[in-house]
Design a protein around this ligand. Structure first.
Ligand code: BGC
Length: 839
């Protein structure tokens, strides 16, 4: 029935006329986490949606099917390429991955803004600049939709922090909303027409977006002409009638908690009319109709497409986004033949992605160490300092009874106090980060059940070991029968499980090399917890994370690293963050590297100045050792191929051409959102107004560590002969000549900023309005062209008129290679003031 119904294309209006009221209402909510409701009687299949945005996660978090992971979430690592064509191809890759996972709708790209360096999902979004973010979003959507998969641009709008994300009211002026926060969505709608929009969790100016008619119906549908489906973020529908009236078509996930019979009630009492339901159901059916063109089977099995072509594409995406921030005396690239040490917390750990719903199980993930050793097998390694926030996963080091890497998990319907209880299920667990949200077994019919996990550990070094347990539930870890960690008796609230779980409780035990220890874990699901956090219900059965690592004494590790650094010609020091520091669910507390990293970097730089620092993070970090560091590379989170991409840049197989998609301030306190980046009594005031990122640093002449748009190359470029053609009212055509004056081929990004000379209100000193990336062979030149829409280049939002205003004035066109370096100057004119709305 399922596959049949997918094959026969529905006629939306006909189906709508035949649906009974219950069926119509059912269509307005999902049936589970990832599927819409079918109406098989009328040939309407169930459609699968999948996260998004840096690959396709599939339907399962519990033992999920692996996937290709693109750099960084759609986010900063991809935007750093400034390469629209490449990002479009990356979007198409995601589309093909979605098809392999049976998903017709992909939940990405993420198009929010980095107000602050600390945003938990900053890595997932593209840029602090709306034009760059808009261009990258549009390219991603175009790529995804070129495969027939429907893209879902999210989270509309002003979801720029994680702190109390469902309750927070983003208080933002209409001008900033239009010019900064709505603009990338508007550009994506203009240039790519996403099939779906996902509303944000938060309020904007007093009302949750998912029930704001002005944002969904007036701005999105009427002003911008959006003709697709609007869905809520997961558990982000907060009302029945208001949300339906406001234009929110689909409540996700299901089963419904706020529609269903409540919609009937609303119809009975007249808060809703049947035509309100029809309008919403029509959009869901249109989505279904479009999905049918893909021809995916209903409830299709999930497959992988881990091919050499995918690997090559991921490697290119990752290396094109790597930014060479500093390179004194051309210290980089390094010589593969010379002796080399790879040091640091991120060296042997693959920080391939940030955390949260963007995170997925990659086909594989190449660590920087593996990538560098693939090209320089003699490279030696030292940890130097731990970079983990919670201990690395235990399953790296444990074995099951039958000798597999990992643990065995048994599922019980009774608590441990029940004697002779029998397991109903036994599962192999390769990764000790166990999310039970979608664990299914026919005998397990409630969210209350118990687990036992078992394995053995045979240390290769005699040492004290730390064992960690974080739970959304309750649990204990026993080693050889002795309880080493108790996360049951006195539970403490923590960040785990998107802020619904506990802190990681750690126990310490001395263990001897060569001896085999039995590890036994007991666990009760989320409802057994001794406290509830807001949102815990969404996690239903909860989960547990088990860590294990040799107890690290920082001074000893640094000493080992320094000793190694002194023995070699070259050092690559890999530091940064990972998906535990940067994640959905919470914002970072500060901008610093994890404890110990800065001390390590300083010590290694002092021991061997021939050290290149490679940072992996999605957003800026403080760089207290910057003056001493001759070379600094920003590598973001590189997806599956991150380690190889880093090696390509370090050894010069790739000439770096990435540019920062966001400013790196010296300190978090310098950031314009510093005073207002938090939910205070459920509100966050966007006090910096339109002065986000470089718009503030340029205006206030604040020194930054590295400006927006900055990025070096192993060659040198000279950009000259700027010409600005201003011969009509629609477009401005900017051209310039880029010469590669160095010895190797490379790519350069030409950035065009606009500055109004005498605006009638305060405006940023310059705003990016266009850019292009060009490959130039050594010794040659290329003429580049950037076409700007005049109204987008010149206008600001005029609150008094409630419209965009293009003022009669002269506008400078400032061209260069970062927000702080725009040496070429031209101009265009607007001859008559006018106002506009729409796209
Ligand atoms: C995230 C969305 C995501 C959804 C489904 C939410 O927590 O905010 O971006 O698509 O979960 O996983």
């Amino acid at each position: 029935m399922g596959s049949m119904s997918m094959r026969t294309k529905i006629d939306v209006e006909h189906v709508l006329s035949k649906l009974n009221l219950t069926e119509k209402i059912d269509l307005l909510s999902g049936i589970d986490f990832w599927h819409t409701a079918p109406v098989h009687r009328l040939g309407v299949p169930s459609i699968r949606l999948s996260d998004g945005p840096n690959g396709v996660r599939g339907t399962r978090t519990f033992l999920g099917v692996p996937a290709a992971c693109l750099p960084c979430g759609t986010g900063t690592g991809l935007a750093a390429t400034w390469d629209v064509d490449l990002i479009r191809q990356g979007g198409a890759l995601q589309g093909h991955e979605a098809i392999a996972k049976g998903a017709s709708v992909l939940l990405g790209p993420t198009t929010n803004m980095q107000r602050s360096p600390l945003g938990g999902r900053g890595f997932e979004s593209f840029s602090e600049d709306p034009v760059l973010a808009g261009a990258m979003s549009a390219a991603t959507v175009n790529g995804i939709q070129s495969t027939g998969v429907q893209a879902t641009i999210k989270h509309y709008v002003a979801n720029d922090q994680e702190d109390q994300r469902q309750a927070v009211d983003s208080i933002v002026t209409e001008r900033a909303l239009r010019e900064i926060y709505l603009m990338p969505f508007m550009i994506a709608q203009r240039d790519a027409k996403p099939d779906c929009f996902m509303t944000a969790y938060n309020k904007v100016n007093g009302l949750h977006v998912s029930e704001t008619p002005r944002l969904i119906q007036d701005v999105l549908r009427k002003e911008w002409g959006f003709d697709g489906m609007v869905m809520s973020d997961w558990f982000g529908t907060y009302s029945t009638s208001e949300a339906i009236k406001a234009g929110l078509d689909l409540e996700m996930p299901g089963p419904t908690y706020i529609r269903g019979s409540l919609v009937n009630q609303a119809l009975t009492c007249g808060k809703l009319e049947e035509h309100d339901i029809d309008e919403r159901a029509r959009e869901v059916l249109k989505m279904v109709r479009k999905a049918q063109d893909l021809g995916l089977q209903e409830n299709a099995p999930e497959e992988t497409v881990d091919t050499p072509e995918t690997a090559a594409q991921l490697r290119e995406l990752a290396r094109e986004g790597i930014v060479l921030l500093k390179n004194e005396n051309d210290m980089l690239p390094f010589d593969k033949e010379k002796s080399i040490a790879v040091i640091g917390p991120n060296a042997a750990d693959a920080a391939y992605c940030g955390g949260g719903s963007a995170s997925l199980l990659p086909y594989y993930a190449v660590t920087p160490l593996k990538g560098l050793q693939a090209q320089a097998p003699h490279a030696k390694y030292a940890l130097g300092a731990p970079g983990w926030k919670s201990l690395p996963l235990m399953t790296r080091m444990t074995k099951t009874k039958d000798g597999k890497d990992g643990l065995t998990m048994k599922v019980f319907l009774d608590p441990p106090s029940v004697k002779n209880r029998k397991p109903v299920d036994e599962v192999y667990i390769p990764i000790s980060d166990v999310q039970l949200t979608d664990y299914k077994h026919p005998d397990v019919q409630t969210h209350v059940y118990w687990l036992e996990l078992d394995g053995t550990f045979t240390p290769s070094e005699t040492s004290e070991y730390e064992i960690g347990l974080a739970v959304s539930g309750t649990g204990k870890v026993y080693v050889n029968g002795e309880c080493v960690v108790d996360n049951e008796t006195n539970q403490r609230r923590g960040d785990s499980f998107a802020g619904t779980g506990t802190v990681e409780e750690i126990g310490v035990l001395k263990m001897d090399a060569g001896t085999t220890y039995d590890i036994h874990v007991t666990f009760g699901t989320c409802p057994t917890m001794t406290f509830t956090n807001p949102g815990s219900n969404d996690y239903e059965s909860g989960g547990l994370t088990l860590g294990l690592e040799r107890k690290i004494e920082l001074p000893n590790e640094i000493e080992r690293a320094v000793k190694l650094a002194k023995e070699v010609d070259q050092v690559v020091l890999c530091a940064g963050l990972n998906k535990y520091w940067e994640s959905e669910g919470y914002d970072r507390e500060h901008m610093d590297l994890p404890p110990g990293s800065d001390d390590l970097i300083k010590a290694v730089l002092a021991a061997n100045p021939n050290t290149a620092i490679v940072i992996q993070s999605g957003t800026p970090i403080t760089l207290p050792w910057l003056k001493e560091a001759p070379a600094l590379v920003q590598a973001f989170y590189g997806g599956n191929e991150g380690g190889n991409a880093i090696a390509d840049v370090v050894f010069g197989n790739t000439n770096p051409s990435g540019k920062l998609p966001l400013s790196f301030p010296l300190r978090n306190e310098d950031n314009p959102a510093f005073l207002n980046y938090k939910s205070e009594r459920h509100r966050a005031v966007y006090g910096e107004d339109v002065y986000i990122g470089y718009r503030f640093y340029e205006k206030s002449k604040k020194e930054v560590a590295f400006p927006f748009g900055h990025g070096l190359s192993y060659t040198t470029f000279d950009t000259k002969d700027l010409d600005v053609q201003d011969d009509n009212d629609d477009d401005i055509v900017i051209s310039a000549t880029v010469s590669n004056t160095g010895k190797i081929d490379g790519s350069q990004v030409v950035q065009a900023y606009v500055s109004q000379r005498s605006p009638s209100l305060n405006r940023p000193k310059k705003e990016l309005k266009g850019f292009t990336k060009v490959f130039v062979k050594s010794g040659s030149s290329e003429r580049v062209k950037i076409v700007l829409s005049k109204k987008y280049a010149a206008s600001f939002w005029d609150e008094a008129r409630d419209a965009w205003t293009m003022e009669k004035d002269t506008y400078d066109v400032l061209v260069g290679n970062s927000s702080a370096s725009t040496p070429l100057k031209g101009h265009f004119k607007v001859h008559k003031t006018s106002w506009w709305r729409g796209l």
